[in-house]
Design a protein around this ligand. Structure first.
Ligand code: PDD
Length: 296
């Protein structure tokens, strides 16, 4: 089955899909993106991701490349043409093509829109519970507007490679005050000795407002799991009972060692397991209206 990409109004063979060399995404990383998990041909947390896409674009002063409804139609047609059932779908929007100049281009420059996907096997909760990962900490060297999901991912690429070089799955980034911000492409959570679920607040724009994070917060509320929003240090994480990360791609991923320190008993934690269960039920429930995320 040949792969198809969507580029600026055209469905094209994946291998031939291209953007111009003067696309500002290529020249300046002047663009934003979203990653949405497609589960059984259904987009998990679609509303949240599209809300955040629109917000990122607003913050960057880039126009939506098409109306939301039209984009949703493209996403569905894209899935149909690729015969995808389970996949990560990538939506990338840049400021468009213009002669290289730092300032915004003048005149009628249309944003570039690319939709592509990576297929993956269907979710198997039992298998997922066997996946226990390691993480390391690295300094957070990013800019201050981490709430914008920009395609400028240099710091995250370097962080992730450091994790891989050290035999780990994810890098948790640490700010100048010594607190963990988030993972290179995930939000981070700990469960302390008292069983309190802790995650960093998002109101300072110094981490990404994760759509998965947001859904889990709402689900925890429904399930009676208390969450405290505050920053935590690597030292606190080393002593935590449980540590896990969340994202549209990793969903809920237990971390059982951080910088070589065993977390809890080094096994899947009770609360992590429970959250995995209810997040899986939520992400795979096509009938549930997934509208948890509201942009500011
Ligand atoms: N990353 N923090 C960062 C820095 C991220 O890049 C991501 C997502 C998240 C989690 O956000 P969400 O739950 O909305 O996926 C947190 C995506 C998956 C990526 O870049 O591949």
């Amino acid at each position: 089955m040949p792969r198809t990409a969507y580029v600026n109004g055209h469905y094209v063979p994946h291998g031939a899909a291209a953007v111009h060399i003067e696309d500002r995404g290529f020249q300046f990383a002047d663009g934003v993106y979203e990653v949405i998990s497609c589960v059984n041909r259904h987009f998990a947390d679609e509303v949240g991701h599209l809300d955040r896409l629109e917000r990122s674009l607003r913050e960057m002063r880039i126009a939506m490349p098409m109306a939301r409804k039209a984009l949703q139609l493209v996403m569905r047609e894209f899935i149909r043409r690729n015969r995808l059932k389970n996949a990560y779908v990538y939506i990338q929007v840049t400021r468009g093509v213009a002669p290289r100049d730092f300032k915004f281009p003048q005149g009628d420059v249309r944003p570039t829109l690319v939709v592509s996907a990576i297929g993956r096997p269907s979710f198997d909760i039992a298998e997922r519970k066997k996946l226990l990962k390691k993480a390391v900490t690295v300094p957070d060297i990013r800019w201050k507007r981490r709430d914008i999901k920009t395609t400028c991912l240099t710091a995250q690429v370097l962080a992730k490679q450091t994790a891989v070089d050290r035999g780990a799955y994810e890098a948790l980034m640490v700010d100048d005050d010594g607190f963990i911000t988030e993972g290179s492409s995930t939000n981070a959570w700990i469960v302390d000795k008292q069983g309190t679920l802790i995650t960093r607040p998002t109101d300072h724009n110094d981490i990404l407002k994760g759509v998965t994070r947001n859904a889990i917060q709402s689900l925890c509320k429904q399930e009676g799991v208390k969450i405290v929003e505050r920053a935590f240090t690597p030292a606190e994480a080393y002593k935590a009972k449980e540590l896990f990360i969340t994202a549209a791609t990793t969903l809920v991923m237990p971390i059982v060692a951080l910088d070589g320190h065993k977390i809890g008993d080094g096994k899947l934690g009770k609360l992590t397991s429970k959250i995995l269960d209810f997040y899986f039920a939520y992400a795979t429930d096509e009938k549930r209206k997934q509208t948890h995320w509201t942009p500011k």
